[in-house]
Design a binder for this molecule. Structure first.
Ligand code: MG
Ligand code: ZN
Length: 188
């Protein structure tokens, strides 16, 4: 069976910086490239799933978002990292841009982006890891039958305090993405 892993973008692979609206705000964490290389070497197909409500909120348009996404993918590709897909959700229930104002099926913790990845890649996502810095990432993992790993970068430390009593507790609390991937490697 093909191995697939889902990664959040902001606060997980690149530094959280509020809404990222410019290429200049992209700063990968130190451990990101080694972590993603390890995943590639272990045979994981990497899929990035990112809520980008800043689009619906009018802070950047989709073209600008694509530039940012492509810049991240290019930095990673230049370092020999292969990313299978990057999906984003531009929607928000309170979006100011009408076309993006909706209760969509793709905004995490809804599973739309993961379902699409499963179809596009022809993979079974059950049991797959989802690494992210927010509880919505953990809840997404729960919703698709995956395993959430919360990184303590980005909003991770803040979000960690809110886990208590939730049904979607992470299987591991990782210092950062590299720690998360090393933990996976130990169990692979
Ligand atoms: Mg995040
Ligand atoms: Zn959406």
């Amino acid at each position: 069976m093909d191995k697939v892993i889902f990664l959040d973008r902001d606060g997980t692979i690149n530094r959280e910086d509020g809404y990222i609206t410019k290429v200049e705000q992209i700063h990968l964490y130190e451990g990101t490239v080694p972590a993603l290389r390890m995943l590639n070497e272990m045979g994981y197909r990497i899929v990035i799933v990112s809520n980008q409500a800043g689009v619906g909120k009018g802070l950047l348009n989709e073209d600008e978002l694509l530039k940012i996404n492509n810049a991240i993918l290019k930095i990673l590709a230049d370092q020999g990292v292969s990313i299978e897909r990057l999906y984003y959700c531009p929607h928000h229930p309170d979006a100011v841009v009408p076309v993006y104002r909706k209760q969509c099926a793709c905004r995490k913790p809804a599973t739309g982006m993961v379902v699409r990845a499963a179809q596009d890649l022809g993979v079974d996502v059950r049991g797959a890891y989802m690494i992210g810095d927010k509880l919505c990432d953990m809840e997404l993992a729960y919703n698709f039958g995956g395993r959430g790993i919360l990184v303590l970068t980005g909003y991770g430390t803040k979000e960690q305090a809110l886990i208590d009593g939730k049904p979607y507790a992470p299987v591991y609390l990782a210092a950062d993405i590299l720690d998360a991937v090393r933990w996976i490697k130990d169990r692979d």
